[in-house]
Design a protein around this ligand. Structure first.
Ligand code: MN
Ligand code: MN
Length: 308
């Protein structure tokens, strides 16, 4: 185990965030079934995180079929889990800013089992090559090899990422393909999210026009109406620069007013919007994700299931 100059406190908090994220993810799986409301599932996930002593690091993402990522139900969303669908649930937990990021895919059509298995095995293959000093591109290589072996494609423009304190994407990307021109190594004291995506489509995602997840990028702007100024200052004081949803600001106004206010803040570029990401050819997408913490001589998967 780490010693001397190593940040024990960071490891402890990563482990706590990971324990909560894994438990919530595993408990949530049984709530995802055809006919269940996406909003109910996500509200349950976010409430459960708090009950267990954490805070959401980002809004619960629930992405159906060819939606790969970045869908969270907007206020009043009535969307239900469709029959026969492929559903990704992506859960983020922070404890004192230390983040666990984990995802699972469930499907309601056995024809899609292999698509899920491809991403699940790719994640295990990736974890098996990670150690202090391992190269990011070795992860990309085994992810691509595994997914290709199943007859699918990895999504090449989605990647894993380094995690910082209060930062979901701390600057380094862990590729899901084996392109040789990717540098970087896993460093002790750092945490990374590893997340292969598999698809039967084109192998890349594009931005849709919809967005439901936001983050503050500037804490001040001139000439805002008082409602927008209030939304901005509340969002920053509650979430800092972490992603949030309009659902978390409903104490400030009606859903449609909060959404409209956030839209004006996005246009003013003081708030960033994350577009919903969809598979370019409309392919189905599966994803599995774990967070790892690198110690001086080992790797800890903080988001492993702890069912005994
Ligand atoms: Mn994630
Ligand atoms: Mn992630």
């Amino acid at each position: 185990m780490p010693s001397g100059g190593f940040d024990e406190e960071a490891l402890k908090k990563h482990l706590e965030a990971g324990r909560i994220a894994a438990k919530v993810r595993d408990e949530a799986v049984s709530r995802i079934r055809p006919g269940a409301g996406l909003l109910d599932i996500c509200e349950w996930v976010e409430r459960r995180i708090v009950e267990l002593g954490g805070k959401p690091a980002f809004p619960c993402n629930i992405s159906v079929d060819s939606v790969a990522a970045h869908y969270t139900p907007p206020p009043g969303d009535e969307t239900l889990v469709p029959e026969g669908s492929v559903v990704k649930l992506d859960v983020g937990v922070q404890v004192d800013g230390y983040i666990a990021d984990t995802a699972v895919t469930v499907s309601f059509n056995p024809d899609h089992d292999a698509l899920l298995e491809a991403a699940r095995e790719a994640l295990e293959a990736a974890l098996s090559v990670i150690r202090p000093g391992a190269k990011f591109r070795d992860v990309g290589r085994v992810v691509e090899e595994t997914i290709t072996r199943f007859g699918f494609k990895p999504i090449k423009n989605l990647s894993g990422h380094s995690l910082g304190r209060y930062l979901i994407h701390a600057g380094e990307s862990i590729p899901n393909t084996g392109e040789p021109l990717r540098f970087g190594t896993f460093k002790p004291g750092h945490a990374y999210a590893i997340e292969p995506f598999a698809t039967n489509g084109a192998g890349y995602v594009r931005d849709s026009r919809e967005y439901y997840i936001y983050a503050v990028v500037k804490i001040r702007a001139k000439g805002l109406r008082s409602f927008e100024a209030r939304l901005l200052s509340e969002a920053y004081s509650r979430f800092r620069t972490l992603p949030f949803t309009a659902r978390w600001l409903l104490d400030l106004g009606e859903g449609k007013d909060v959404v409209a206010g956030l839209e004006r803040l996005v246009k003013r570029r003081v708030v960033h919007a994350y577009p919903v990401l969809v598979e370019a050819a409309g392919g189905l997408v599966s994803q599995f994700e774990h967070t790892v913490f690198i110690t001086e001589d080992d790797v800890v998967v903080t988001t492993r299931s702890t069912k005994l």
